[in-house]
Design a protein around this ligand. Structure first.
Ligand SMILES: C[S@@+](CC[C@H](N)C(=O)[O-])C[C@H]1O[C@@H](n2cnc3c(N)ncnc32)[C@H](O)[C@@H]1O
Length: 124
C-alpha cells in the first residue's frame, strides 16, 4: 500500500528526536517504560507535547504500573498518564486485559489543549 502523499510518517527515538515541526498525531505505545527513570519520562513527555500541533492527538499505550514494577521499570501506564495530564488533555481511555498477568494495559488518547484555528472539537 502506498502512503498518501500528504502524510509524513516519522519513527524516532522518543528521547532524542527534536524538531520545530509539529505533528497532528503522535503514537507512543509500550515504549516509555524503557526509559531509566521518572525524570527521563517527564523530559520525553514534555518533548512529545511540544511537538504536538494545536488540536493534535497523542495516543499512549503501556502496561500498568504493577506489571512494569514487576519487570523492573519505574513508570507504567498510571504514572505516565499522570505526567501526560500535566501537559495535555486526556480525551479517552481504554483498559485492555488478556488472559495472562502480563496482559494488562491502558490505552489513552490525549489532545493538545491549545485551540487549533480549525478542526474537530472534543468534549471530555
Ligand atoms: C514492546 S515493543 C512495542 C512496539 C510497538 N510500539 C507496539 O506497541 O507494538 C517496544 C519498542 O520500543 C522501542 N524503544 C525502546 N526504547 C525506545 C526509545 N528511546 N525511543 C523509541 N523507541 C524505543 C523498541 O525498539 C521496541 O520496538
Amino acid at each position: 500500500m502506498m502512503d498518501p502523499p500528504h502524510i509524513n510518517w516519522i519513527v524516532s527515538d522518543v528521547q532524542h528526536f527534536s524538531t520545530e515541526q509539529q505533528f497532528d498525531l503522535i503514537v507512543v505505545a509500550e515504549v516509555l517504560y524503557y526509559l531509566d527513570g521518572s525524570v527521563e519520562v517527564r523530559a520525553a513527555v514534555r518533548n512529545l507535547a511540544r511537538m504536538l500541533a494545536p488540536g493534535g492527538q497523542l495516543v499512549f499505550g503501556s502496561a500498568r504500573d504493577a506489571n512494569c514494577r514487576r519487570w523492573g521499570h519505574v513508570a507504567g501506564a498510571e504514572t505516565v498518564i499522570a505526567i501526560l495530564e500535566e501537559e495535555l488533555v486526556e480525551i479517552d481511555r481504554l483498559s485492555c486485559v488478556g488472559q495472562s498477568l502480563n496482559e494488562d494495559c491502558l490505552l489513552a488518547c490525549f489532545r493538545n489543549g491549545t485551540s487549533p484555528s480549525c478542526g474537530p472539537t472534543y468534549q471530555r
